[in-house]
Write a protein that binds this ligand. Structure first.
Ligand code: GLN
Ligand code: ZN
Length: 754
């Protein structure tokens, strides 16, 4: 039996990669220095895995920015706009990733989107009419040599041709990507040949799209691809994750692989069926340690499950995490502030590798003492008083359907709100955050380090809130916000204040490029011990007679961006979080806050891989959102916000949210998104973003008027809101002021004309 790993977090325990990248982007270090620090980081990660006992080290899982982008670079699939300049390979990489590099070409970055149902973003490959493949895997070969210097047995990781093709977009007139397969395969063939020349033994070929419900054209292409590729001496481990591929195993069994990796945790998996279906000489790698969360594994229970399988498969059985450990933080040992009990329930990437070694030892020796001792805290967790809150549970049991919806339908709410709020036509607002200046960040971190007293902190934050209100009044916006200066992150902030959720010090996970997040850990029944936002919002409201919008994060987004307990079904966890948010809404309402926004930017990414499971997910997700806002009286206006522009898959769900006002991202697509809203006849108020906050460009008044006039072709005037695409926390004040000023003037111009 062998234990291996599919990939290790690349950002580094102390986010070393982040800081090196950002130094290079600022031209504070040279390309050579960047490369040196990446090399050191890779070596550390291989040594860490080796010490834990991993027998095949993954190579090629490292990336400066993203592994899908790396695949494009291996194949030379670089959009023409980046090729017309004499740039180094490194600068091409960063120009593609972020539109900027020390050697900048001033070209727009490639698109970035979420990697399946995770919060990791990949750079979307762009395919021209013809693929002009130029293979260059010298970086990968170098890394193979680096890894071999540490351990003889290694396993390069490569995104497979079908998944790569699936994840990209065709930029020409013909968006049938499958027609590009033959030339893509020539590229993969060259990569295979080169790996053969370097005596690579096993190659891990990631084909996560096998977990989707592919149509026949793609399944045929799958067959065609792997029958065409000549593997030489390479042994191919077909690797899937995030979903079961049971439906495809019969097909897979006919193809020239040498083994298959199955994620047996994301969905139920019939391992016996897999063993019976796959050829008798293949390796079967089982993903038995969860690569998507941070819970310590009950190795005793796992042993019971695996023991008969090991009997059958013996050396053909490999064990691994369910997916790459990219989605977990590096090392639990570094967490100084989590208490010992909670820590004993957890395992990060390093600990997950150690779990595999413990498991292997038990299976091969039959000695159970060690894994029994290791698994004890998992069993204790189930009975811990900390995770069971009777009050929360009985409140949940008493929930009736009527608690899950507003008291009146939208049309009636709308007229009550109109007379209550007296907003003008085309009301203007923003999405919540205002520029997070250096001063704000240092106030927060001084307070965290206890260098600032609570009283001084409150005063300093309030000063920023007052500034924000003054600026908005000067610009003459209609619905104001407090600006979120107290929030580091829209999920972590609530994670810190809710019971049943813990936050970490160092548990960083890569979100995109150098951006990392510290997902909170939802370990027990969730409740809200005390008000979370009321003081700030109330203070902001005290400064003006215009309405100030309360600002909360919705239950689904809190779930999607946290590590969620694995001992309670997600819909029930979502319901608990929704009730906690609803308590906050009650307090806001009781204190005369008449507009409240509940952000749900993550609803879409939580969709399971298989389309047949979408409906179920969207039902419980929208139910949780509605529950969070249900107690708001009819005259209180509930807003929600989502920052993406692909709504086609979730249109019904968006209606089901039943938010009074929904603000969305549309400016980049020039309002094209609204076509989809026509088809479903979206009934409630809508604020299509008129200012792309992801770009440093400042929209002028006419530009905004034109966008609004486009929007008016889809939305009645009395349902149209005027706002930016998303929060403004990453922008500077100067540009923000000008842009918002133009936005308000544009709305006034339209008002005057109707
Ligand atoms: N209210 C949040 C903000 O403005 C929303 C952020 C988001 O949609 N991601 O920052
Ligand atoms: Zn947003």
């Amino acid at each position: 039996m062998r234990i291996h790993n599919l990939g290790f977090p690349r950002i580094g325990l102390n986010r070393e990669l982040k800081f090196s990248l950002e130094q290079y982007w600022r031209a504070d270090i040279s390309a050579e220095e960047l490369s040196q620090s990446c090399k050191i980081l890779r070596a550390e990660h291989w040594q860490l895995q080796q010490q834990a006992g991993i027998e095949l080290l993954p190579v090629g899982d490292f990336a400066h920015y993203d592994h899908v982008l790396n695949t494009s670079l291996y194949l030379g699939i670089v959009p023409a706009r980046f090729q017309q300049h004499s740039l180094t390979n490194l600068d091409v990489e960063f120009n593609m990733a972020r539109g900027q590099a020390p050697g900048s070409c001033g070209c727009a970055a490639s698109d970035m989107t979420k990697w399946f149902d995770t919060n990791y973003h990949y750079i979307v490959p762009e395919f021209a009419e013809q693929l002009d493949i130029k293979v260059n895997i010298s970086n990968l070969i170098e890394q193979i040599q680096e890894a071999r210097a540490i351990q003889k047995d290694i396993k390069p990781v490569l995104l497979g041709p079908l998944s790569y093709l699936w994840l990209g977009t065709a930029t020409g007139t013909n968006d049938d990507r499958l027609r590009l397969l033959p030339s893509l395969l020539e590229g993969y063939q060259q990569i295979f040949d080169e790996l053969n020349q370097h005596n690579v033994n096993w190659l891990q070929l990631d084909e996560p799209i096998l977990g989707l419900e592919l149509n026949n054209a793609w399944l045929d292409a799958f067959k065609q691809a792997y029958q065409t590729l000549k593997k030489g001496n390479l042994k191919l481990l077909l690797t899937s994750y995030f979903a079961s591929i049971e439906q495809q195993l019969a097909l897979v069994a006919t193809l020239p692989f040498n083994g298959v990796h199955l994620d047996i945790l994301s969905e139920t998996c019939n391992v016996d069926y897999a063993i019976n279906t796959l050829p008798k000489h293949w390796v079967i790698s089982l993903g038995v340690i969860n690569g998507r969360n941070i819970w310590r594994t009950d190795l005793t229970a796992l042993y019971q499950q695996l023991e008969p399988i090991y009997e059958k498969l013996a050396a053909r059985l490999w064990l691994a995490p369910s997916c790459s450990l990219l989605h977990t933080p590096v090392d639990l040992d570094q967490e100084q502030q989590l208490d010992n009990e909670l820590k004993s329930w957890l395992a990060f990437a390093k600990q997950k590798c150690q779990e595999l070694a413990l498991l292997k030892k038990a299976l091969t020796t039959g000695e159970l003492a060690e894994i029994n001792a290791y698994s004890l805290p998992v069993k204790q967790r189930a009975h811990s008083l900390r995770i069971n809150d009777q009050q929360v549970q009985s409140r949940q049991q008493q929930l009736q359907d009527e608690h899950r919806q507003r008291s009146l339908p939208f049309t009636q709410r709308k007229s009550l709100q109109a007379s209550h709020l007296k907003l003008p036509l085309f009301p203007t607002t923003t999405i919540g955050s205002f520029p997070q200046t250096q001063s704000i960040r240092s106030i927060r971190s001084q307070w965290k380090r206890q260098e600032l007293s609570d009283a001084d902190y409150n005063q300093a934050i309030k000063k920023h809130i007052k500034d924000n209100i003054d600026k908005q009044l000067a610009i003459d916006l209609d619905v104001l916000v407090h600006g979120e200066p107290e929030r580091n992150d829209m999920v972590e902030y609530f994670g810190e204040l809710l019971s049943g959720i813990a936050v970490t010090q160092q548990a960083w996970v890569q979100s995109y490029g150098s951006r990392c997040v510290k997902p909170p850990i939802i370990f027990g029944d969730v409740s809200r011990p005390d008000v979370m936002t009321l003081d700030w919002i109330q203070y902001a409201q005290s400064l003006t007679s215009k309405p100030v919008k309360g600002m909360l994060t919705g239950p689904v987004t809190i779930l999607c961006w946290s590590f969620v307990r694995d001992d309670l079904p997600l819909p029930l966890v979502a319901e608990q979080v929704a009730l906690a948010i609803s308590d906050e809404i009650d307090d806001l309402v009781a204190n005369n806050i008449n507009i409240i926004q509940v952000d749900e930017p993550a609803i879409r990414e939580g969709m399971p891989l298989k389309q047949s499971q979408w409906q179920h997910y969207l039902e419980w997700a929208t139910r949780a959102f509605r529950l969070s806002c249900a107690t708001a009286p009819a005259q209180v206006q509930i807003h929600s916000h989502m920052c993406y522009s692909e709504f086609n898959d979730i249109l019904q769900a968006i209606i089901d949210l039943d938010a009074d006002v929904l603000t969305i991202e549309t400016s980049r697509s020039n309002m094209a998104v609204l076509n989809a809203f026509d088809d479903i006849q979206y009934p409630n108020d809508l604020g299509p973003g008129v200012y792309d906050i992801h770009s440093p460009n400042i929209p002028n008044q006419q530009w905004i008027i034109d966008l609004l006039n486009k929007a008016r072709q889809h939305i009645d005037d009395d349902r149209l809101w005027v706002n930016p695409d998303c929060g403004l926390k990453t922008r500077g004040w100067e540009e923000t002021t000008i842009a918002l000023d133009n936005m308000v003037k544009a709305a006034k111009t339209l008002r005057a004309a109707v």
